[in-house]
Design a protein around this ligand. Structure first.
Ligand code: UDP
Length: 328
């Protein structure tokens, strides 16, 4: 048996893909998940421990039994709109929960930590490529909660020698091309799965959240990255820590931005289907443009986001949408 990695949120979209890649590379991924938004059917590649981040006793027990070499911390509430309506829930679950996890890891002597942060921590900084040195100015409670966890990791690094690789994700999309795991949120809030729902009639139409932004076609611009490329970066991050290279922040994006309308156009082309669209209001908390300055991960980690074309992400998501799914 290879070494063990504790994967919080391993029953969720990104965490389940990470478990698959970890298992394939000789690690034992132990999923820790409260199933508030994840699925036990997505835990296919290692042991499952159902538990909450706020339950310190349960965490201590899991650390003692598995003695993981590292933590990959995916578990979080992650919807921008919801975070604006219920900020307390985000601070409680994401920040208090992560603090609890970080304290448990340090107490157990597990000092290598890979953390899922977000490009949303940069906030609205028009017309610049966002690299890791940009100021962080969160404009929604989700991003503020992630930013706070970055600070906790930094402080615990100083105080206890915790080593963290912090990944600031841009927009994650696509699915495992082998169809074992994929994106499945209830309710769904993300653009590409919602477009696919509108294509196959699971939803009446796709609502565009605002067409009056300061962008060429008026819709928001995002940098989309394939979930498999993203989890490959996590493997590289783990090796970075194993090699003793210490704490570092990396953006995970491609450096190319696409508007909501461009994503719709590619979705029509890839699926060869029509998409009913409704023009809607702006969604609170949305930044105009989030595009990664992605050189650092490529140069220092040797990361190549080779699957992250819109067409490949849409194709893999469409394949999962049509043929995948979990037996719940
Ligand atoms: N979006 C949209 N309609 C939807 C869902 C999303 O127009 O039904 C837009 C949203 O405003 C943002 C982009 O699509 O500009 C990506 O949103 P998503 O929720 O997928 O990711 P986020 O950028 O919030 O992490």
């Amino acid at each position: 048996m290879g070494s063990t990695v504790l994967v919080t949120g391993g029953a969720g979209y990104i965490g389940s893909h990470a478990c698959k890649v970890l298992a394939r590379n000789g690690y034992t991924p132990v999923t820790y998940d409260n199933l508030s938004t994840g699925w036990s059917a997505a835990v296919k590649f290692g042991p499952f421990e159902q538990g909450d981040l706020l339950d310190r006793e349960r965490l201590d027990d899991v650390f003692a039994r598995y003695q993981p070499q590292a933590v990959m911390h995916f578990a979080a509430l992650s919807q921008v709109g919801e975070s604006m309506r219920q900020p307390g829930m985000y601070w409680h679950n994401n920040v208090c929960g992560s603090l609890n996890l970080i304290e448990a890891a340090v107490a157990a002597g597990c000092l290598d930590f890979v953390f899922s942060s977000t490009c949303a921590t940069y906030g609205d900084q028009d017309n610049v490529l966002l690299d890791e040195s940009c100021d962080q100015r969160p404009i929604n409670a989700y991003a503020a909660s992630k930013r706070a966890i970055e600070d906790i990791l930094d402080n615990f690094g100083e105080a206890y020698g915790l080593r963290s690789v912090i990944f600031r994700y841009f927009n994650v999309a696509g699915a495992d091309p082998e169809g074992e795991v994929g994106e499945f949120h209830q309710p769904e809030t993300h653009l590409i799965p919602l477009i696919l729902d509108a294509i196959d009639g699971r939803r009446a139409a796709l609502t565009i959240y605002g067409e009056d932004y300061d962008t060429p076609d008026g819709t928001c611009i995002r940098d989309y990255v394939h979930v498999l490329d993203l989890v490959e970066a996590h493997l590289l991050g783990l090796r970075w820590l194993e090699d003793g290279k210490g704490s570092r922040v990396f953006n995970l994006g491609t450096g190319k931005g696409f508007s909501v309308r461009e994503v719709l156009d590619r979705s029509r082309a890839v699926t060869n289907r029509d998409i009913p669209v409704i023009a809607g209001q702006r969604r609170a908390g949305d930044a105009t443009r989030l595009v990664s300055g992605s050189a650092r991960a490529e140069q220092e980690l040797g990361w190549t986001p080779g699957r992250s074309t819109l067409d490949e992400m849409i194709r893999d998501a469409w394949n999962w949408h049509q043929h995948g799914g979990y037996d719940l």
